[in-house]
Design a protein around this ligand. Structure first.
Ligand code: ADP
Length: 430
């Protein structure tokens, strides 16, 4: 193995792994810090943590444990994967975790680059833009867990660190010019005893120059945008053979717990096409969770009995106004947790009953479903839509020993995703 990554959330891990695979690295996602010392045959290993919004000290402990495990496995580089919208709070966790990793790896200076121009995330003069809008003026301003009210990432990162850990900027003047210019700027920042620096990047070319300049760095922090440019500087080339998965089998199902606008559109499209669907009722989940789970699974069995080739959708997805009403009545955290647990139990029931191809929509939802299916590793296959690959996972829950899964972050995927993903899987295997 040449490369190790620590991702601060789950769909972010598969997003990065997808980009590495497309760039030619055989990549495996490991769920949580492994307890054992088993060998992994891969060019890159991405450890998926759920450390973005937990207390900073816990995020540090988990990230250091992940780093040590990766180093024991021979990782020559460590990549700390963060969100391209820099999701964090004044308490962390990007700054504290990056700083702790630097100490662990005895690195005195390190670059942080969340830019991902292909996904409309640009960093210019240290300010993060999503499309044409400053981070602090877009929807991230109202994010329930990590509201971003300042687009100046030098300031945001500095606020998460001790004052002695000074943060600088690798300005676009250098990043846009050449690899040598970037290296000169970094040498200058080092000589001023800065600890970290945000790197500007507004084009794919900027990321490529940065990757070249940073290729010997033991530690880099960034989004999957910079991540996807690194395999090329390590000598990897895109190759279809690295994303080959075992043959797919078993029934097809979709579980959707995301209420993002893209997922709402995907559910509407599936219903409009006459897809078989079972809506979950949040009130019924609160009153009698086991009853909802059993009804959903009984319904799935009845569809399978009449036509096992049909894919099914079980969903709690609802529009923002409906979600708000339920949240006000029942409490956002409580209902969110109950719906997640309900979907995770349904996932287990479906997979133990013969579902072998499963799409899960929603980042948090995906996390609990993967945990409940006892999935420890994901091999990354071909990309369905940007950021969403088909994966293969061994699972003792599965009657076939494993299953194909696609974990879709809420706002990813085109409208016909729920239908096209299954035909795409068939096509890639024929
Ligand atoms: P996304 O990737 O779109 O953010 P997540 O799965 O991360 O999706 O988050 C969606 C959250 O909304 C989960 O906690 C889920 O349980 C919750 N949820 C899903 N359906 C409903 C609903 N109908 N009412 C209230 N909360 C819901």
């Amino acid at each position: 193995m040449v490369w190790g990554a620590i991702a601060d959330d789950f769909t972010g891990a598969t997003d990065l792994a997808n980009n590495l695979t497309r760039a030619g690295m055989r990549t495996v996602v490991v769920v949580g810090v492994p307890h054992g010392e088993e060998e992994i045959a891969a060019d890159a290993v991405v450890i998926a943590l759920k450390s973005r919004t937990i207390p900073a000290q816990e995020a540090i402990e988990q990230s250091i444990a992940a780093c040590r495990w990766l180093r024991r496995k021979g990782a020559s580089h460590i990549y700390f994967k963060i969100c391209s919208t820099f999701d964090s709070t004044p308490h962390g966790n990007i700054g504290p975790v990056a700083s702790a990793l630097m100490e662990e790896l005895k690195v005195r200076f390190s670059i942080v680059c969340p830019a991902f121009p292909d996904n409309e995330r640009f960093v210019f003069q240290g300010y993060l833009f999503t499309g044409e809008v400053l981070l602090s003026e877009g929807s991230m301003r109202n994010h329930p867990l990590t509201p971003m009210s300042d687009a100046n990432l030098v300031r945001v990162l500095q606020a998460q660190l001790f004052l002695s850990e000074r943060v600088g900027l690798v300005n676009h003047r250098y990043v846009g010019a050449s690899t040598e210019a970037i290296s000169r700027c970094i040498a200058e920042l080092r000589s001023q005893e800065l600890s970290l620096a945000i790197a500007d990047a507004t084009t794919q070319g900027d990321l490529e120059r940065l990757a070249e300049a940073l290729k010997d760095d033991l530690l880099i922090t960034g989004s999957s945008g910079l991540g996807q440019t690194l395999p090329a500087v390590y000598g990897f080339r895109p190759s279809a053979s690295v994303s080959q998965l075992p043959a797919a089998g078993g029934r097809a199902a979709i579980l959707s717990g995301s209420c993002s606008s893209a997922t709402n559109a995907q559910v509407r499209y599936f219903l409009a096409q006459g897809g078989e669907a079972f809506p979950l009722d949040p009130d019924a989940i609160v009153e009698d969770p086991a009853g909802q789970i059993n009804s959903a699974l009984a319904w799935a069995d009845s569809v399978a009995a009449s036509d096992p080739s049909r894919s099914i959708l079980i969903y709690s997805t609802a529009d923002p106004a409906t979600v708000k009403t339920v949240q006000l009545r029942l409490g956002a955290a409580k209902i969110g947790h109950l719906v997640e647990e309900c979907l995770a139990s349904i996932a287990r029931g479906l997979v133990s009953g013969g579902v072998g191809r499963l799409i899960v929509a929603g980042g948090e939802t995906a996390g609990v479903c993967v945990r409940n299916l006892d999935i420890r590793r994901l091999a990354i296959g071909p990309q369905i839509d940007p950021g969403v690959p088909w994966c293969y996972a061994s699972s003792a829950v599965s009657s076939q020993g494993g299953l194909h899964v696609a974990l879709k972050s809420g706002n990813f995927g085109s409208e016909d995703f729920f239908i096209r993903a299954f035909t795409f899987l068939e096509e890639t295997q024929s």
